[in-house]
Ligand binder design. Structure first.
Ligand SMILES: [Fe+2]
Ligand SMILES: [Fe+2]
Length: 291
C-alpha cells in the first residue's frame, strides 16, 4: 500500500555525477552512468511526489557535450515521471559552453564565458542556482556582479522562501584539499543572504556529506554520486572510497530538512511495510505532549 509521507514538498539533490562519455570510467573504475541509473530507479520507485530535481555541479567529469547528453538520457525521463523541473548548477569540472548548450537550451545570446546562474519558482519555493566556478580553476568564487544580481533577486521574498544552490560549500572543511577548494571569501555571500528569505544553502563538491551555517542559514553539503572522499582517513592519507550517494530535501511542518541517501548498502537491517511500521510507531506514540 502506498501512503504519502509527512513532507509537503520534496526535492531530490544529486551532486557530483561526474559523467563521462560511454566506455569511460572515473579514476578507471567508477561507472558513474550506472550509479546515476541507480539513483533514477531509486527515485522513480519511491512514493513521491518529487517537486524538483537539483543537479548541483560537477555534472560531467570532462565537461564534454557527450557527457551532458548521457546525463539527460537518464534525467529527462526521470523528470517526466514526476513532471518535475530540473535545476542544473555548474561545478568546477563543468564547461560553460557545453553546459549551456546541452543543459540550458542554449541560453541564446549569453556570452560563452558568462556564469550560468538561474532562478526558478517551484510551488512557491524559489530555487536560485549560482555558478561558483571560474574557468580554468577548481576553487570557488562569486563575482561582484553575481552577488549584486542575487541581492536583487532576493529583494522580493518568495511565498515559501528560497533555497540557494552553490556547488562550492561556503564553509571551511576538515579535509585539506576541500578546504583549499572551498568558496573563497564566503563572507561576501554571507553579507548578501543575511536577513533574506534564504532557508537553506545546498552545496556539493566536497564528496562527503556535511553541514554548517552561513549567516545563520543552514548549509547542506550533499554526498557525491561518484565516490566518497574519506573525511577521516588514516594518518597521512587522502582516500576516495567506492560508494557515494545523493540527498532529499524536504519541507515538513514549515522546516527544511536535508537527508543523505547512501547508494551502496551492503545488506538490509530491516525491510518492513511502511504503512504497518508507521502505524506501529503511532501506536507507541501518545498523541499528547509529554509533561
Ligand atoms: Fe566533484
Ligand atoms: Fe567540484
Amino acid at each position: 500500500m502506498t501512503t504519502t509521507g509527512p513532507a509537503e514538498l520534496t526535492l531530490i539533490q544529486v551532486s557530483d555525477t561526474h559523467l563521462l562519455p560511454a566506455g569511460e570510467l572515473m579514476h578507471g573504475r567508477v561507472d558513474t552512468f550506472a550509479l546515476l541509473e541507480t539513483v533514477a530507479a531509486t527515485v522513480a520507485s519511491s512514493t513521491g511526489p518529487v517537486a524538483g530535481i537539483l543537479l548541483t555541479g560537477d555534472l560531467a567529469d570532462d565537461g564534454s557535450p557527450a557527457s551532458y547528453r548521457r546525463l539527460r538520457q537518464i534525467i529527462d525521463p526521470l523528470a517526466a515521471t514526476f513532471d518535475a523541473p530540473v535545476v542544473y548548477a555548474m561545478g568546477n569540472h563543468d564547461e560553460r559552453l557545453a553546459f549551456r548548450a546541452e543543459l540550458l537550451g542554449g541560453a541564446a545570446g549569453a556570452p560563452a564565458d558568462h556564469p550560468c546562474d538561474s532562478v526558478h519558482l517551484v510551488d512557491g519555493l524559489r530555487l536560485v542556482a549560482l555558478d561558483s566556478t571560474t574557468p580554468g580553476r577548481h576553487d570557488g568564487w562569486l563575482t561582484d556582479a553575481q552577488l549584486a544580481w542575487l541581492a536583487d533577486v532576493l529583494a522580493t521574498p518568495a511565498p515559501r522562501g528560497t533555497l540557494l544552490i552553490v556547488h562550492h560549500p561556503p564553509l571551511p572543511s576538515p579535509v585539506p584539499t576541500v578546504h583549499l577548494l572551498r568558496l573563497a571569501a564566503a563572507e561576501r555571500l554571507a553579507d548578501v543572504v543575511a536577513g533574506t528569505d534564504v532557508r537553506m544553502i545546498l552545496s556539493g563538491h566536497a564528496h562527503h556529506a556535511g553541514a554548517g551555517a552561513l549567516a545563520g542559514i543552514p548549509v547542506w553539503i550533499s554526498p557525491a554520486l561518484a565516490y566518497d572522499a574519506d573525511p577521516l582517513p588514516p594518518d597521512g592519507r587522502l582516500r576516495g572510497l567506492l560508494g557515494g550517494g545523493f540527498s532529499r530535501i524536504d519541507l515538513i511542518d514549515g522546516q527544511f530538512v536535508a537527508t543523505a541517501i547512501p547508494l551502496s548498502p551492503t545488506g538490509l537491517v530491516y525491510n518492513n511495510d511502511r504503512a504497518e511500521q508507521v502505524e506501529f510507531i503511532r501506536s507507541l506514540t501518545p498523541q499528547t505532549t509529554p509533561g
